[in-house]
Design a protein around this ligand. Structure first.
Ligand code: MN3
Ligand code: MN3
Length: 324
């Protein structure tokens, strides 16, 4: 007999999953909805070094979305019992594939197929990218207990809410200065999705953690610290490698630490890094409420849809507080 039960949406499995389902459906978008051709004129104004960094940033982001779509969401989904939660994780997994594909659309707009092949070759052989993939994937592929399920969810939230942001920095910075704004809009849509993903999986993780013994929790607290350190050290190496040619590495490192703190907040954990000043242009860029009137009321800029407001309270969306 299978353990799987027919999903009965008339009896909620919990108080928030159906809201997340609706929110995810409301946010569904496709890459061809964004007029990427608009970026061609901007692209040729970037220096060859800036173009190189931009391409590599997108290559690294493609890798992360591929990992989330191919392993993160489906492997966690298999180990979550509630059929309603499986549905939400499945939809979020589908969006990861759209995210991954959207970077290819940006490449197709800006560079030749041969040039974009080179970016993928770079990403698939970059030691920092490969190392983060190995670390994260190790958690996804090793879910055998509530403790290892928790750690897989923690790894997922670190990826969703922190690792992405070393890559988001550059498109956000350029878009904040009026450059590459169509690609920037794709990044906005992806960021909005990742914010919901980090919140949902963070919420599930808190629940798993809450059901464990104090002993297990203490052991996991240490493991989370270790994982944070490993991922941060690797990401810092990646960041310096990627951004030193344009002198942005220190700014991006600060932004990375800021987002690791946000990931920890999604997990209901205290922050790890001290508060630092973030480039206001970039900080403004992650505050999607400045671009769309209501974070949850629109699909994208200029695309309004009926709302079902989700009562989200997590600091993930409280960017304004961080600015003040
Ligand atoms: Mn994604
Ligand atoms: Mn995601």
């Amino acid at each position: 007999m299978t353990n799987l039960k027919a999903v009965n949406w008339n009896r909620p499995d919990d108080e928030y999953t159906e809201d997340f389902l609706n929110q995810n459906f409301m946010q569904i978008w496709r890459e061809h909805e964004i007029p990427l051709d608009d970026d061609k004129m901007s692209w040729i104004t970037l220096s060859p070094t800036e173009q190189d960094v931009y391409k590599k940033v997108l290559g690294g982001l493609t890798f992360l979305d591929t990992e989330q779509g191919a392993e993160g969401m489906p492997l966690i989904m298999q180990r979550v019992e509630s059929p309603q939660r499986k549905a939400v994780l499945g939809i979020m997994g589908a969006m990861e594939h759209i995210h991954a594909k959207s970077y290819s659309s940006i490449f197709a707009t800006l560079v030749s197929a041969e040039e974009s092949d080179k970016v993928f070759e770079w990403a698939d052989s970059n030691p920092f990218i490969q190392r983060k993939g190995t670390i994260i994937s190790g958690y996804y592929r090793n879910i055998q207990s509530p403790e290892s399920l928790y750690m897989a969810m923690v790894a997922s939230v670190f990826l969703e809410s922190a690792l992405f942001y070393s890559g988001f920095y550059y498109p956000l910075l350029l878009a904040g200065h009026g450059k590459m704004t169509a690609s920037g809009e794709i990044i906005d849509l992806i960021m909005r999705d990742e914010a919901v993903h980090g919140q949902y999986i963070g919420t599930l993780a808190r629940e798993v953690y809450g059901e464990l013994s104090h002993e297990s929790q203490a052991a996991l607290d240490r493991e989370v610290e270790t994982l944070l350190r490993r991922l941060y050290d690797n990401e810092a190496g990646y960041t310096v490698d990627l951004y030193a040619p344009i002198g942005l590495e220190e700014d991006v490192l600060r932004f990375l630490r800021y987002n690791f703190n946000r990931a920890l907040m999604n997990l209901g954990r205290p922050t790890h890094f001290p508060d630092e000043e973030i480039n206001p242009v970039v900080l403004n860029g992650i505050d999607t409420s400045t671009k769309i009137h209501d974070f949850f009321s629109k699909k994208g800029n200029g695309y309004q849809k009926a709302v079902n407001i989700v009562p989200l309270t997590d600091a993930d969306f409280c960017v304004e507080e961080a600015i003040n």
